[in-house]
Ligand binder design. Sequence first.
Ligand SMILES: [Zn+2]
Length: 135
Amino acid sequence: MSEMKSAPEVHGPDVFEYEGGRLCLVGSSCPQCGAAFYPPQAVCARCGHRGGDKLLLGPEGTVYTWSRVHRSTPEFKPPYVLVYVDFPQDVRVLMPLSDTAEPQIGDKVELAMEDGPRVEAGNLVPLVHARPVQK
Ligand SMILES: [Zn+2]
């Protein structure tokens, strides 16, 4: 069992790493009941067990559903597409899609580091995106 921070940065360097050259999200799994989470949880939301094991999510997942954002807060530059991605590790994560084309429910995506839609000091910020996998 590894020590986990109680409040990881959802978009910071603590939440992703490269495995075999491919981008993965860092989640956690409960060693007692097996529930999986993203971001990592210090206490299991299912059984209350304290502590979790590191669990890598990805590098590929499936589009559960999506929405195009036309208006947003000043920190995000529309238009952009948000997708819920189901990972094989039984975790669903909301993230931006790497392009503004319409995805299809069930499409395969892979994780990729790309700029936007978040803006800081007038510049698009690198963020983990879902990128469509060529069929
Ligand atoms: Zn648990």
